[in-house]
Design a protein around this ligand. Structure first.
Ligand code: G3P
Ligand code: MG
Length: 247
């Protein structure tokens, strides 16, 4: 139901490093996190890159949109300095670079497909295909694969069509009343929800229906223990310094 790790570093290194950068992954690893969640969007040349916001300005210095620039241009932009001078020089990494790093370090991945507005289908398709290509050997060997997830139904559908062999999780803020019907239609293995919207009853319902249950973003050990006691299978955290990683 949930063959994946329990604790994931949100956006690579939580709030201890600039999100969605290679430095974040290094930071997560330094805190013992060998499981990670990160966000993937398409650059203007269709290359998947790891970044959260569709607009530049918050974590990436500059203006305009992620999909105004090629992956190479984004890689040369400043995505670390906002966090602190020690991180200056970090660029927006390509999806491929992040996967290469994670594979080399044996870090498991929850790959969140994060389409820019209007790009749901191409983003779902491209990320699924790229993941399948990066993990061809593991797919053939029947090894544990990354889990794709998205808030975008269109992206999830496109990912399923492009690479049906890759499992998907459905991201929601609040689990809707008709969630079972939708989860069946989407053919997902897990529900990923905002822990603040979860109740013990809903957690039980999801588990009894045979789905994995994942929560974002859990930042205290007390809340983590409570959710695990409710039957939550895994969660991501920004506080990799407070919550000990378990696999
Ligand atoms: O995948 C869980 C979580 O990352 C979803 O929200 O906005 O942090 O990508 P966000
Ligand atoms: Mg995310």
């Amino acid at each position: 139901m949930w063959p994946y790790p329990r604790t994931l570093a949100h956006r690579g290194g939580g709030t201890l490093a600039p999100e969605n950068t290679l430095a974040a992954l290094r930071c997560g690893l330094a805190y013992g996190y060998r499981a990670v969640e990160f966000d993937v969007m398409l650059a203007s040349d269709g290359v998947p890159v790891v970044v959260h916001d569709p607009e530049l300005g918050r974590t990436v210095a500059g203006s305009g949109h992620v999909n105004d620039y090629t992956a190479a241009q984004l890689g040369a932009m400043e995505a670390g300095a906002w966090f602190g001078p020690a991180f200056a020089g970090e660029g927006v990494p390509t999806f491929e670079a992040v996967v290469d790093y994670c594979k080399a370090q044996r870090i498991w991945m929850n790959i969140e497909i994060k389409p820019a507005p209007g790009f749901d289908v191409p983003t779902g398709k491209t990320v699924a295909r790229a993941t399948r290509d990066c993990f061809a050997k593991e797919i053939a060997a029947g090894e544990l694969l990354p889990l794709l997830s998205s808030f975008s139904i269109a992206a999830l559908d496109a990912a399923r069509e492009a690479a049906p062999e890759l499992a998907r999780g459905w991201l929601v803020e609040q689990i809707p009343e008709d969630w079972v019907k939708k989860a069946k239609e989407l053919d997902v293995v897990a529900i990923h929800c905002d822990h603040q919207q979860l109740t013990p009853e809903l957690a039980r319902e999801v588990k009894e229906a045979g789905y994995g249950l994942f929560c974002y973003t859990v930042n205290t050990p007390e809340r983590a223990s409570e959710l695990l006691a409710w039957g939550v299978d895994g969660f991501c955290t920004d506080r990799i310094d407070l919550i000990t990683a378990v696999e």
